[in-house]
Design a protein around this ligand. Structure first.
Ligand SMILES: Cc1cc2nc3c(=O)[nH]c(=O)nc-3n(C[C@H](O)[C@H](O)[C@H](O)COP(=O)(O)OP(=O)(O)OC[C@H]3O[C@@H](n4cnc5c(N)ncnc54)[C@H](O)[C@@H]3O)c2cc1C
Length: 598
């Protein structure tokens, strides 16, 4: 079993020097979130994650969630840990104080979420899905719906689910068949009866809380076919009695649990509605506007799944680093025994893990800080610019961080040699658990299409070009700073030029080669991830070198950060060139060969 130590120092460094914490702290409503509070929250969360959640992770892999007599039983220790999690107030950290939240910045909530996810992806999926439900109800729910349900969701007293997928409707939500028929509830208020089947529903049922609130996409009778006929509903597992307490069982049940490759502690449910007249549900937002509401949920969840990629990478790196420092293999010429960390190739693997994990953390926290700006800045233009940056970056966080997590958890197995393939070490669990991340909340292919199509082509490349401008500003600062950072500047400048060339190619070919964007999308997304990672590592190098020169901070940590940045520029940033070349390749080599030739 691997031990987990929360990377509090790196989180603080990145928040303060790269993500823009000081700007966030100046926003209205965040004056209480000073550096001392941030540090205290990170320290306490780190202890909770390492001591109460992480030790349950390996056990939950062996004894996953089970369906017993129609009830979902959580893995050993999960219920107690969840209760402690809610009692300690961790569920409500960065939510609206009007509904019982603690109102802390999203950037801090994101750092803390990384810790829950590192400790156990399977456990942390439950609060993660609840967070998505909170965002949908908060943004789109009526005042009445918010009054009734939001506090319970925010406190974590009740959890939330997100129910889109049906057997015939995975990526293609237009194929959703679940039906909604207008009715009234026991108090005579407008409601609907839902019937249909949903599959693959994460934490779709459990006994850890006394109610579960299901957010469900369905089609009101008579609504248009396709995506425009979808509406979002909230169906509680237990209907509320006249005192607002869980009362009668609603007609929505977990019919079975999936057996899966990883995240065994997270119950993945087939959900049935309608055997007993239909699940009573309330409309969230307006009829036929469900897809907009669902996008609010999905954007939140996509950032969080990207954070899952970062988190499992951190956990895998820590395990590989510990093993490489102990495993003895070989004898040096002077007769001393060698540990595998003495070998350049093992160092290559460890540094690939470490530097990319740090770059992903910088990306996730910077995106979260932009969400704070988009939600809270006084100035409308600043809010708009921040939102444009968030919209552009969400698919990169989701797509690049989860794809990179595949490489990093694979490297952890490789560093362990044969022991990595043996379940006992736990390296295999991280590898298996990470595999879902590029699939749910929209596959990497879908993130790539979103990034190339909706986020780059639709605005004529405006958001991408604003990003390129910011990267070039960092290049100038790096050049003026000189030192090690200055030597890295020209590489970042070239990588940024390459990204600009890819964006221009995408825009230019959109009219002449209809298949180009789809064919180029994945490589464009990966190129952007690697280049943005370089931009943020460049900023980290600037700060580390300046602090070292000023004698400000812990020299060991700062030297390690600088080493990580140098490695990223030497071994990771060059990958951008290969991605860029594929973006130029066009669609002919994919689409011209007949299907029989594939
Ligand atoms: C463990 C687990 C938990 C999940 N949790 C939830 C949950 O809580 N709620 C929920 O609603 N769903 C959940 N899902 C479902 C998940 O979101 C879907 O599996 C995912 O969106 C992909 O859909 P699909 O499996 O039908 O694959 P498909 O849509 O059949 O895709 C198969 C392949 O085709 C590609 N593809 C499909 N369409 C396109 C396109 N237009 N362009 C390019 N490529 C395309 C995909 O990228 C993929 O590689 C979960 C799934 C799993 C396995």
């Amino acid at each position: 079993m691997s031990v987990y130590v929360s990377p509090v120092k790196d989180m603080q460094f990145v928040m303060e020097n790269v993500a823009g914490l000081s700007r966030v702290q100046q926003l209205p409503g965040f004056s209480d979130a000073g550096n001392d509070i941030v540090e205290a929250v990170l320290d306490e969360a780190g202890k909770f994650a390492a001591q109460l959640i992480a030790p349950l992770n390996a056990g939950a892999d062996k004894q996953g969630a089970r369906l017993v007599d129609g009830q979902v039983e959580a893995s050993p220790g999960f219920s107690e840990a969840y209760k402690a999690f809610v009692e300690a107030g961790w569920a409500s950290l960065s939510y609206d104080p009007q509904y019982g939240g603690q109102g802390l910045p999203h950037v801090l909530g994101t750092a803390v979420a990384e810790m829950w996810q590192s400790a156990s992806l399977a456990f942390a999926l439950c609060p993660m899905l609840t967070a998505s439900a909170v965002s949908a109800v908060h943004r789109h729910g009526s005042d009445e719906l918010k009054q009734i349900f939001l506090e319970k969701l925010i406190s974590g007293e009740w959890t939330g689910t997100m129910q889109l997928t049906e057997p015939q409707a995975g990526t293609d939500l237009a194929a959703i068949k679940t039906r909604a028929v207008p009715t009234t509830d026991a108090a005579g208020k407008p409601a609907y009866r839902l019937s249909g089947q949903k599959i693959f529903i994460t934490w779709g049922d459990h006994q850890m809380t006394d109610n579960v609130l299901h957010l469900i996409l369905a089609r009101v009778e008579g609504a248009p076919e396709g995506i425009r006929g979808l509406s979002l509903f909230l169906a509680p597992k237990y209907l509320l009695d006249e005192n607002g307490k869980p009362g009668d069982r609603n007609d929505i049940y977990a019919l079975s649990l999936e057996h899966k490759l990883g995240i065994h502690g997270s119950p993945t449910c087939v959900m049935g509605m309608g055997d007993k007249g239909g699940a009573l549900a309330y409309l969230v937002g307006e009829e036929n506007q469900g897809i907009n509401c669902m996008f609010t949920m999905m954007n939140n969840a996509r950032l969080e799944v990207g954070v899952q990629g970062l988190a499992i990478s951190e956990r895998a790196f820590q395990q590989a680093r510990a093993y490489a420092g102990e495993r003895v293999q070989g004898t040096a010429k002077d007769g001393t025994k060698q540990r595998i960390i003495d070998f350049p190739d093992v160092r290559r693997m460890l540094m690939l893990m470490k530097s990319q994990t740090e770059a992903m953390r910088a990306l996730a926290l910077m995106t979260a800080a932009q969400i704070d700006l988009a939600d809270h800045a006084d100035d409308a233009a600043q809010r708009k610019a921040a939102q444009a940056r968030v919209d552009l970056l969400i698919p990169v966080v989701k797509g690049w961080c989860t794809e990179t997590a595949q490489e990093i958890t694979g490297l952890n197995v490789q560093v362990h040699g044969g022991m990595g393939f043996i379940e006992e070490t736990g390296a295999a669990q991280h590898y298996r658990d990470a595999r879902i991340l590029t699939i749910y909340e929209g596959t990497s292919g879908i993130q790539a299409n979103d990034f190339a199509g909706r986020k780059t082509l639709r605005d004529g490349g405006a958001a991408a070009k604003a990003l390129i401008k910011d990267i070039r500003e960092t290049v100038s600062t790096m050049l003026s700073a000189g030192g090690i950072t200055g030597t890295l500047a020209s590489q970042l400048a070239a990588a940024c030029d390459g990204y600009e060339h890819s964006v221009n190619t995408l825009l230019a070919r959109a009219g002449e080669d209809a298949g180009h964007a789809g064919a180029a999308a994945f490589n464009l997304l990966m190129q952007a991830g690697v280049v943005i990672g370089g931009w943020l590592m460049g900023q980290a190098a600037l700060a580390a070198e300046a602090k070292l020169a000023a004698g400000d901070g812990e020299a060991d940590f700062l030297n390690a950060k600088l080493a990580s940045c140098r490695f990223y520029f030497a071994h990771v940033l060059p990958r951008a060139t290969a991605y860029a070349a594929v973006v130029q390749a066009g669609s002919a080599c994919l689409m011209e060969p007949d299907e029989s030739l594939i």
